[in-house]
Design a protein around this ligand. Structure first.
Ligand SMILES: O=P(O)(O)OC[C@H]1O[C@H](O)[C@H](O)[C@@H](O)[C@@H]1O
Length: 459
């Protein structure tokens, strides 16, 4: 099996591709990469989520990296990816690895590589790692590894940023769906200090993830919707490694990651007086462009994957927010990495400061920006089918449901229609899936375009 790093790290099915022999090859290549990059053994941190055997593999990686000559700190429990990123910065480590398959189905596991900023390693680094896979090696120094708590400094950093607002509002309630991932326990630990009631669901270790996929999208949030309706309070959901956010409002409706992005941008500008650039990925709602324009903020669009946003959070002088369609949002004055917990707290903070519910705030935005409806369809397919669709997408017809006005290629192929609607065809870089992303004015238009796209693909 060849080990390939996709949108964020290397992923494989446990027991099929993600087996000890392959993990061994990958981690030795990672260890060699850090040695070549810094010309010496360095401090590397290791985290892991709640997936089957993630802790065991993480320990194996700690042993191998220290055998090679690095100093390694291994998390003492499952942590979120942003906790690892924060610890890398706090301890000035050269980087780290996270054993996780993020939002992918339970049978998957993977390795995300982090650089010294705590961000996902750029493609140039992972390409370098790929060239080192399978190369013979020997230890280059004397290393060591130890177990360490990374949570405390992270929780303190969050408290320093948002504590004041939350402290003044005791007695509030929130429900958190951990989707059996490693985001368990953080909200209670943070908010209980401020007199909040936090109820967590799916907050236990369950390698089968209760039959759900740990991705905070509609298909996996039914239990959260029920709990929200019972408790009449807002619900937050995290993905498997806590870097993405999903939200259910008091009515039981899910608000999409596009809505969350717009609300966060509104909050940062209106309530926190932030100014600077706005960064979004190619698949994210066009309403972000419009809101940025209304606020006179420059917009930068990147390919999909937070690894494209993270360097801009570091290099650009001023950035308000960087966000992506899949629910990952990064705040440059906190971390150059997305964080579901910090994003969720910012949304709660928006409600507290504005004394408005999220649906009211969204309605206000709709008045400003006009209506929108956004949907993503994931077409799971065999390698043969993928090949066939790759071929098909080489020639886009003049019409898919509606006449196509123009095409745009950055990551996949986006077609724009005269109505202002658009449709993006893109192959996932983390799983065997063709993703169709569509945005229009209303659900009927989006449904129509998505089914026209499927008809054309299957024709
Ligand atoms: O659509 P995919 O290529 O599967 O990628 C979806 C997501 O994968 C990973 O989680 C990346 O870190 C994200 O930045 C990206 O949005």
């Amino acid at each position: 099996m060849s080990i390939r790093f996709g949108t964020d790290g290397w992923r494989g099915e446990i027991g099929i591709d993600f087996i000890l022999a392959n993990v061994h090859q990958a981690i030795i290549a990672v260890g060699n990469f850090f040695f070549h990059k810094y010309r010496q053994g360095v401090l590397l941190l290791i985290g892991y989520d709640t997936r089957f055997q993630a802790q065991r593999f993480a320990r194996y990686c700690a042993e191998q990296l220290s055998w090679l000559g690095h100093r390694v700190l291994l998390a003492n429990k499952p942590i979120t990816t942003p906790v690892l990123s924060h610890a890398i910065r706090h301890l000035q480590a050269a980087g780290g690895i996270m054993l996780t398959a993020s939002h992918n189905p339970p049978q998957w596991l993977g390795i995300k590589i982090k650089n010294e900023y705590g961000s996902s390693a750029p493609a140039s680094d992972t390409a370098w790692i790929e060239t080192l896979i399978g190369k013979e090696t020997k230890p280059f120094a004397k290393g060591c590894w130890q177990i360490k708590d990374f949570d405390e400094v992270y929780l303190q950093a969050i408290h320093n940023r948002v504590g004041a607002v939350f402290m003044n509002q005791p007695g509030q309630k929130v429900i958190v769906d951990c989707l059996y991932g490693s985001g368990q326990g953080y909200f209670p630990r943070l908010l209980a200090n401020y007199g909040w009631q936090v109820k967590e669901i799916h907050a236990e270790i369950n390698p089968a993830f209760g039959g759900l996929n740990p991705e905070p999208i509609a298909a996996n949030l039914r239990d959260l919707q029920k709990a929200v309706l019972q408790q009449q309070t807002v619900g937050l959901a995290l993905d498997g490694d806590g870097d993405r956010l999903g939200v259910v409002i008091e009515s039981g409706e899910i608000i999409t990651a596009q809505d969350i992005f717009l609300l966060l941008l509104y909050h940062l500008v209106e309530n926190k007086q932030k100014c600077g650039k706005v960064i979004k990925t190619f698949s994210t709602t066009a309403k972000v462009d419009l809101l940025a324009r209304l606020y006179n903020l420059e917009l930068i669009v990147t390919p999909i994957g937070f690894k494209h946003i993270a360097p801009l959070l570091i290099q650009e002088e001023k950035v308000v927010i960087g966000g992506e369609e899949s629910g990952g949002f990064g705040f440059p004055d906190f971390l150059p990495e997305r964080d579901g917990i910090f994003s969720g707290l910012n949304l709660l903070e928006l409600q507290l400061i504005s004394r408005e519910s999220l649906p009211n705030l969204l309605n206000q935005l709709k008045q400003k920006l006009g209506p929108w409806h956004y949907q993503r369809l994931d077409l799971v397919c065999s390698p043969e089918q993928l090949e066939c669709w790759h071929h098909k997408l080489n020639t886009i017809p003049a019409k898919i449901g509606e006449k196509i006005k123009r095409q745009e290629k950055m990551d996949g192929i986006k077609v724009h229609f005269s109505s202002g609607a658009w449709l993006l065809f893109r192959f996932s870089g983390t799983e065997p899936v063709l993703r169709l992303y569509c945005e229009g004015e209303n659900p009927a238009e989006v449904d129509y375009l998505l089914s026209a796209a499927q008809d054309w693909l299957n024709d």
